[in-house]
Design a protein around this ligand. Structure first.
Ligand SMILES: Nc1ncnc2c1ncn2[C@@H]1O[C@H](COP(=O)(O)OP(=O)(O)OP(=O)(O)O)[C@@H](O)[C@H]1O
Ligand SMILES: [Mg+2]
Length: 271
């Protein structure tokens, strides 16, 4: 369904002519309804690839196709959930979730039906009139997920959506996401630093090495769901991904270093 073909991306550095290569000839196929996690060292380009899939960024080279059509820009069939929720603080839970439907000028009854469905789906019934500051981190993240699901996306792109949460809330939301994926048919591309989370959720884990990012290994996970994090099979796969990730990080992954001279940044004082 999603075909990433030889995608490369570089960014200009410090407003100079110099460009830093972030993604280098990435090719990856993602099947319909598949749950794919992207893991790799910080700064290797996972979010950049996700933004390209969302149509928010254009690759310098290569193409991304969805059902055979080249991605030319953002589209409501693809929805991104970011780590920091990005809720509107002056809007209630209900209005935050309803916003996309209002922009698309849905009729009142249809909008009401869809928002009620989404509120129930993410277990936020009773909190419709609350404002974001009255919610816990996990609840805010559920609002962000509901806001995405209410648009009925074919592809859900999630960039470390549970990264800011404590491990208990995180595991709870992971379970909710697994059951959401069962109830609703969508394809998910999920960025995480957490190998345990990747194995728990995914059909396939793509491990990137960095500077510039390349695919180091694609690990298929065919364990039955719900998965048992303590089973030897689970632990074996998780350890394998951890080892590959560590090797990928050690071989020059992480935030890419600038080519050329060190400009003495280490002498700079924090502002
Ligand atoms: N708009 C931009 N302009 C210049 N450089 C950018 C831009 N966006 C990202 N970068 C650089 O591209 C590299 C990859 O960034 P990206 O956010 O994709 O990494 P990541 O793998 O998601 O990292 P993390 O795991 O820390 O979130 C980083 O070195 C970053 O500084
Ligand atoms: Mg990122």
């Amino acid at each position: 369904m999603i075909e990433i073909k030889n995608v490369s991306k570089s960014f200009p550095q410090n407003y100079q002519d110099e460009h830093l290569s972030i993604l280098n000839q990435i090719s990856l196929d993602i099947r319909e309804k598949e749950f794919v996690s992207l893991v790799g060292p910080s700064g290797c380009g996972k979010s950049t690839l996700l933004r390209i899939l969302a149509g928010l960024l254009k690759p310098d080279e290569g193409d991304v196709f969805v059902d055979g059509k080249r991605i030319e820009g953002p589209d409501s069939s693809r929805f991104v959930v970011f780590q920091d929720y990005v809720l509107f603080p002056w809007m209630t839970v209900w209005n935050n979730i309803a916003l996309g439907l209002k922009v698309k000028k849905y009729k009142k009854e249809e909008l009401h039906r869809k928002v009620s469905w989404a509120v129930e789906l993410v277990n936020l019934k009773g909190f419709e009139k609350s404002y974001p500051h009255q919610l816990s981190g996990g609840m805010k993240q559920r609002v962000a997920i509901a806001r995405a699901l209410v648009m009925n996306p074919e592809i859900l792109l999630m960039d470390e959506p549970f990264g800011a949460l404590d491990s208990f809330t995180r595991m709870k939301l992971q379970d909710e996401l697994v059951s959401l994926c069962r109830k609703k048919d969508f394809t998910t591309v999920f960025v995480t630093h957490d190998c345990d989370e990747a194995v728990y959720l995914s059909d396939k884990v793509v491990v990137f090495s960095g500077s510039p990012a390349q695919i180091r290994e694609i690990v298929d996970i065919d364990l039955p769901r719900p998965r048992d994090r303590t089973s030897p099979e689970f632990i074996g796969i998780r350890n394998h991904i951890l080892n590959v990730s560590c090797a990928a990080g050690a071989e020059g992954g992480g935030t890419p270093e600038k080519n050329g001279e060190d400009e003495g940044l280490s002498n700079e004082k924090p502002i």
